[in-house]
Design a protein around this ligand. Sequence first.
Ligand code: GAL
Length: 967
Amino acid sequence: MRYLETFSTGYGALPPRANPATDAARLSLNGTWRFRLTPTADTPADFADPAFSDSGWDEIAVPSHWPLQRRDGSWGNPIYTNVRYPIPVDPPYVPTENPTGDHRLTFDLPGGWPGGDALLRFEGIDSCGRIWLNGTELGVTFGSRLPSEFAVGHLLRPTGNVLAVRVHQWSAGTYVEDQDMWWLPGIFRDVTLLARPDGGLTDVRVHAGYDHRTGLGTLRVDTVEGAVLTCPELGLSAAPAGFAIELPVTPWTAETPHLYRVEVATGAERAVVAVGFRTVVIEDGLFKVNGRAVLFRGVNRHEFDPDHGRVVSEELMRTDLVLMKQHNINAVRASHYPPHPRFLDLCDELGMWVIDECDLETHGFGENDWRRNPTADPAWRDALVDRAVRMVARDRNHPSIVMWSLGNEAGVGDNLGHMAAAIRALDDTRPLHYEGDRECRHTDVYSRMYADHAEVELIGRGEEPPLDDPELDARRRAMPFLQCEYAHAMGNGPGGLHEYQQLFERYDRLHGGFVWEWIDHGIRSRTADGREFHAYGGDFGEELHDGNFICDGLVFPDRTPSPGLLEYKKVIEPVRITEAGPGAFTVANRHDFADLTGLTLCWTYEIGGIEHAAGELPCPQLAAGESATVALPVAEVPGAGGGALTESAAAGESWWTLRAVLAADTAWAGAGHEIAWGQWPAVDASVVNGVEAAGSALDEAEAGFGAPRAARFDERGRLMELGGIGLVAPRIDLWRAPTDNDTHALAAQWRHAGLHRVHERTIDVIADRDALLVRTRVAPAATDAGLLVTYRWSEAGDVLRLQLDITPDGVWTVPLPRLGLRLGLPAGYDQVEWFGRGPGEGYADTRLATRVGRFTSTVDAMQTPYVYPQENGSRLDVRWANVTDATGAGLRIDGRSPFQFTARRWTSEQLDAARHLTDLVPGAHVWVNVDLAQHGIGSNSCGPAVLPGHELHAAPAAFTVVFTPLR
Ligand code: GAL
């Protein structure tokens, strides 16, 4: 059997170990190498010979994925499949057409390089690498996201060393690396030469526990005989390693990531390890760190760079973590493989709970009824255990890692048990996770993905349906629960986050979850005419692919936060600020460990969206879990019980906004960074509505329908012009470009029902002195379901009022995407100001991140650039909106009740037809939707549909809108 088609672990590598930073010489071999791509695995390995001339070869960057190094396809292309293998399922065999990249580097040792032992370390080769140094074969690696080290001291020469690496895209390893991501071969992580001094530190194993009852930490470092520990901060000076030392410490938590720099030294080598003291236990059915239950506000993170695939720079790793911290995220599941080792250093430093997951997924066997699944086939046992051991050996010194995961979606089988046993033997201080076995045979926590709210609630109560085996059932029922994946963040959404969070906070057994997923893996590409877009499955002509399912993250490929991330930040905010009756508010500290030192409260009092007073308050110093009620600064605020209600105050709603911000800079955000906020109306809503209506809209008594008019209607009673602005007449609109969360089930029903092709039949048009009455029936072909609509137009001066009455007719069996009015203005009316929720988009079930205020934007800036075009950009609870040109001329739209507002340069139909953002071409109009409502968002692209409370159904409806020309 050929080496790439065996069930083996590879050969030649040294036993796995941690690789701490030491003062021993090291040489990065990253850089420009020589490269040759061949279409099969069998080209003679002539290039391993140092005498071979590679002068005719191309150059390639290492680390890299070769298909991304040449974007013309001449080095192959990325392939995206989620579950299905892009090769026949025939383990351990792989196709004869097996892109094979020969990599070659000639290097000299730097001056002063010590002789003696040395290691060549590869942090990651996808999927199988065969390695030679100076003509001698070192071995073969499997385990793309795991390191391999080879002893090379005896082979090194001062100059002209030739390192040759042959990398196969497909290998037996492919079968156990079926993660939902791009298939991208290459030497994609660092290559380093490490000098190993005689008497140096071979492996370093740190044990650092914390006893929350005594406040004492226990430190033990296992390494070579004779090593000593030094840490001035801990009062340690040349203490012998290998013994447990008890001493008072500041513990490490993700919220308070206190690290001690401990030097571990022998006469020959000195390492500095970052030690965090913490103890993880499962106790009373709860997942506890340092004695306290922890709530994961997590995300699943793949490694991804839009230009370089899974080659991620340290800067990008830090960017990810900083963004997460800034958005209140406290946990990362390293889905679905051990991340680049630097990422874990940064998690230790910045503070993040991490589930480190083994590089194992065999999901595609599920397409074949799990026949020959590697986790159940004894032939794979050693290879899978090897993967688990390499992960733990590399990563166990990181305080941030609080759980090991056996892998993802790999079915069930005995090999999982063997992996679990091997992990426990190496490290019994962290619980084990694996979602794929519902019976939790080998795990310490109960984990699910995409369980809907109702199921999560049952689990929270401990009332989930029993397993067949009573013993396993009792075991599982005693376990803490988490959702290792939930709230599929594909496109617009996810909806329903808030309802999940309420459950997580209500039931102790529920330890939160990890949103799927952090990043959209769109690959930055260009159209033929040079415009940039992000490519997804199918864009590279793959014969099998899963389309844009690869773009389901909380940040866009360029790391711009999506509205979903802003919503998540608000939903999981660790400080909650709520109204507490007149003149007061409550601050609740929902951290698990941190107190509120370091936060300041900023308040504003706004009337009609205009700030009338603002200031700062000290934040009450609350320990984790505590709350306190604080008085509002009423005396300083006009109209809020303090000064007199001024005339302008009378003209608008007044709102309190309280924000908790960082008082000083931290490692991940500057002073002033907002952590949490609360907002509530300062005046009784009934007063507000009266004030608003009087201040802005049309006085009914004056309204009529006489000449001369600012408005021009056609013979069918359609509004063609107002105040000199030519309009595409307002008409009833039911359609939205389906979101990814609509797409799977609902959009098909909508299309079947014809909601994307409704027409309006005029029943009659009656004009008299009071009003213009237009009655229509709005319906698609082929169905008897429709809406009976009455438009009642009246005017006073320039001001035009529309009262709409809508009654469903026939039988409606599907919810409506939206219900409202659509009108078109000339393209120059592209500036928007509104009073309502903002600044960002919101929908019925994704509204928490928006606040009431007065906002200005442009039509272009109001679009959310989801990689796959879909409904976006709606603003909620809009009281009024001005749509104007650069001079301020245009249209003001007032709602008698708040409306949902959207403006864009293309129609919903054009948005629906687009496949990439570059398909969207501005036209002659700005299209404005004034909606009574839209259907919610949900997360049905992989998870529950819109919750019943956020659905929109055809029902009798009335709403009133007033249009005022602005000049
Ligand atoms: C899960 C899987 C993830 C991803 C997600 C859907 O089943 O674990 O890797 O595929 O579904 O985006």
